[in-house]
Design a protein around this ligand. Structure first.
Ligand SMILES: [Zn+2]
Ligand SMILES: [Zn+2]
Length: 304
């Protein structure tokens, strides 16, 4: 809710005319409560969970040979009913955990100072805040995820997320309800440290989920724009973590690769990459490949 009745009042308070984006924001938000604006996240998340995975899911169901070469684990094929079951389970969690969590977490959003007011932040401010949010989330998520791979954490909680050893986009938010709640903390820490505008917060929640869907897509497309982000993990990186499963001591980070590099938890993955490269070289020299599987079925390297 904005404290101005008209655009002229808002312009007088700002001491300048409103930009086009600010006028749009005024027209949309002036009479809506901050709580209602915050709850837009529920609709955004519903749309992202339902729509963003669809293109790659269709590609995967149709098994187009043109795209098959980009599938990370080409031998694993989920049927339409298995794919739909994953979506149904995610929606169950969405309506009973994710949605209610959004509804009740508003006081903390208010407390940390997420604002809906004018002026709107500049593009640079939004960009830099998003960078901070991604970095903070990546670091905290890394340690929580690593903890969840301990005996207790894995058996009681994290095992659910690893039911998909070859993940699909719908499986990105597929997890135990406790994991959904716990991983809300890393998502919230960045905005708590550097609070921004509600629009930045919406963008953060949306981009983080879109990124998670991409890394769970099961496909490593060479043309994906995220390939240009420095230290970005991507689908191949996280897919390996799912492939190894509960035993995995590799690739814990959610977005970037630097945490796994610094703490030495990317050794299994690097070893596999090297082995795969040698195998490809072998194929070029006439040696038969490993049954068409992207990964080589050796034990993941324990790093600690
Ligand atoms: Zn895991
Ligand atoms: Zn995952």
């Amino acid at each position: 809710m904005l404290p101005y009745a008209t655009l002229d009042e808002a312009a007088a308070a700002l001491g300048r005319n409103l930009t086009v984006a600010e006028t749009l924001w005024f027209n949309y938000s002036a009479k809506k409560s901050d709580y209602y604006l915050y709850c837009h996240n529920i609709l955004f998340l519903f749309l992202i969970f339902s729509v963003v995975p669809l293109p790659v899911v269709f590609i995967s169901l149709w098994r187009s040979s043109g795209f098959d070469k980009y599938k990370i684990q080409p031998k694993v094929k989920l049927s339409p009913s298995e794919t739909f079951k994953c979506y149904k389970d995610v929606m169950f969690m969405f309506f009973f955990v994710v949605g209610p969590l959004q509804l009740v977490s508003y006081p903390s959003v208010k407390l940390i100072g997420i604002r809906t007011s004018l002026p709107l932040p500049s593009g640079w401010e939004v960009f830099l805040q998003l960078v901070v949010y991604f970095m903070v989330e990546d670091f905290t998520n890394y340690w929580i995820h690593r903890f969840l791979h301990g005996k207790w954490g894995y058996e009681k909680i994290h095992k659910v997320h690893h039911e998909y050893t070859a993940p699909i986009g719908f499986a990105a938010p597929y997890a135990h309800w406790a994991e959904v709640l716990i991983l809300g903390i890393p998502s919230f820490l960045g905005p708590a440290m550097v609070p921004g505008h509600m629009i930045t917060f919406w963008l953060w929640i949306a981009l983080r989920q879109i990124e998670a869907i991409e890394t769970h897509s099961g496909y490593d497309f060479p043309w994906t724009p995220t390939k240009y982000i420095p230290f970005y993990g991507g689908a191949d990186y996280h897919d390996y973590h799912h492939y190894v499963g509960g035993q995995s001591q590799s690739n814990f980070a959610s977005v970037f690769t630097y945490c796994d590099f610094i703490y030495g938890t990317d050794k299994g993955y690097r070893f596999q990459k090297k082995l795969l490269w040698k195998l490809k070289k072998g194929v070029e020299n006439g040696v038969e490949q490993n049954g068409g599987s992207y990964y080589v079925p050796t034990q993941d390297l324990k790093s600690d």
